[in-house]
Ligand binder design. Structure first.
Ligand code: NAD
Ligand code: GLY
Length: 365
């Protein structure tokens, strides 16, 4: 029970191998990609405790030696300090242009390792072994890599595609429920933005997928990766269609900023509320039916995700504060924000024609 999803990008093409128990096959999948026999493995403390030994064993079985670089867990590692540490250790290990770095972890480790590999010696190869649902369906695919700056998240980065993605869905069994749900928000996103049939399937099967049914979980991961791979193959550098993947993110980033990028709101939770707000805004502008906006929010609530600003614990951010954060969003150009709106479930589109008053009303509702 495993699937291979190709990401077609000419010379930078690669495959996503998804299934249960894939970690044990990592050595044999990675070995043909490099002439190096010593491979750096960047990971965080939580993931190292759970899965590092299994990966090192798998590498050894294929004649490879993994050299761990273990960072503190959490967004703080996606920093200049984290980059300095990782690039320094990669250089100490003698990583060169024929070598391969491995990112074993969630989106933080994947983004940091990808960026470090992208700038080290003007670009060395890396592979992603994503261990969170968010990373398996979104951040490990498509080559966006970055660290955070004082001025905001993901502002220092580059496009650097991995050579391989190995998504072992068995690893998701140890994810805290809240992290699993936050990743699920990105799964729903694919249905919401471009595949109404997938959204129907999610309504029927999310409880099974999130409750330990491996076949359902694999389908959710594979379908998400297929959609992301297709969009990235058509628009690698986000000159157009790839921006659809930001559905809910303009609102979501503002909410994350207003809550101080803290535990009050995980990225996926912000995206969930942001998508629900995008549906409500689309309805307010006469673009989408009220039934679809309601149906979308109901699904988020049914799985246990927040769907409204009022669902965030603590004091509610004001519309003016949120609009201020949105204006600083890197998607703001010429003072106008780019929004991803919907004409219904599965029918997202990109627009810069959104009246600020309508956005303010949605943020106040
Ligand atoms: P994360 O990497 O911080 O992981 C979340 C937590 O789960 C961490 O504490 C981690 O140690 C723990 N963890 C990871 N795997 C585990 C497992 N299998 N079992 C138990 N615990 C586990 O967070 P994330 O949600 O994976 O990623 C968020 C990051 O991804 C953000 O920095 C965001 O900007 C980035 N991101 C990037 C892209 C992209 O396209 N590059 C897309 C979306 C998000
Ligand atoms: N996560 C959005 C993108 O990869 O484009």
């Amino acid at each position: 029970m495993s699937e291979i999803i190709p990401v077609g990008l000419s010379a930078r093409s690669y495959e996503i191998h998804a299934g249960p128990g894939m970690l044990s096959k990592a050595g044999s999948l990675l070995q043909p990609l490099t002439r190096a026999r010593i491979l750096p493995v960047v990971t965080d403390e939580n993931v190292a405790r759970l899965y590092l030994d299994a990966l090192l064993d798998g590498l050894r079985a294929a004649g490879l030696t993994g050299r761990p670089i273990i960072l503190p867990a959490g967004e703080g590692s996606k920093s200049f300090a984290g980059l300095e540490r990782v690039t320094g250790e990669l250089l100490d290990l003698g990583l060169d242009r024929g070598g391969l770095a491995i990112a074993l972890g969630g989106g933080v480790i994947g983004d940091l390792t990808g960026f470090a590999a992208g700038v080290l010696k003007r670009g060395v190869a890396f592979a992603q072994i994503p261990t969170t649902l968010l990373a398996q369906v979104d951040s490990s695919v498509g080559g966006k890599t970055a660290i955070n700056a004082r001025q905001g998240k993901n502002l220092i980065g580059l496009f650097h595609q991995p050579r391989l993605v190995i998504a072992d869905i068995s690893l998701l069994g140890t994810l805290p429920r809240r992290e699993l749900l936050a990743g699920y928000a990105e799964v729903v996103k694919y249905g919401a933005l471009g595949d109404a049939d997938f959204f129907d399937w999610l309504e029927a099967s999310a409880a099974a997928a999130l409750g330990g049914d491996e076949q359902a979980l694999l389908h959710a991961v594979v379908q998400s990766c297929r959609m992301k791979a297709a969009i990235v193959a058509r628009d690698e550098r986000e000159t157009g269609e790839r921006a659809l993947l930001n559905l809910g993110h303009t609102f979501g980033h503002a909410l994350e900023a207003a809550t101080g990028f803290s535990d009050r709101l995980l990225h996926g939770e912000g995206v969930a509320i942001g998508m629900a707000l995008a549906f409500r805004l689309s309805h307010k502008l006469g673009l989408c039916s009220g039934q679809d906006a309601e149906r979308f929010a109901r699904h988020l609530e049914a799985v246990g995700l927040p769907a409204a600003i009022a669902d965030i614990p603590g004091s509610r951010p004001s519309p003016e504060e949120l609009l201020g954060h949105m204006a600083h969003d890197k998607k703001a150009a010429d003072g106008r924000l780019t929004f991803i709106l919907v004409k219904g479930i599965g029918r997202a589109f990109i627009t810069r024609e959104v009246p600020e008053d309508a956005v303010r009303d949605i943020l106040a509702a």
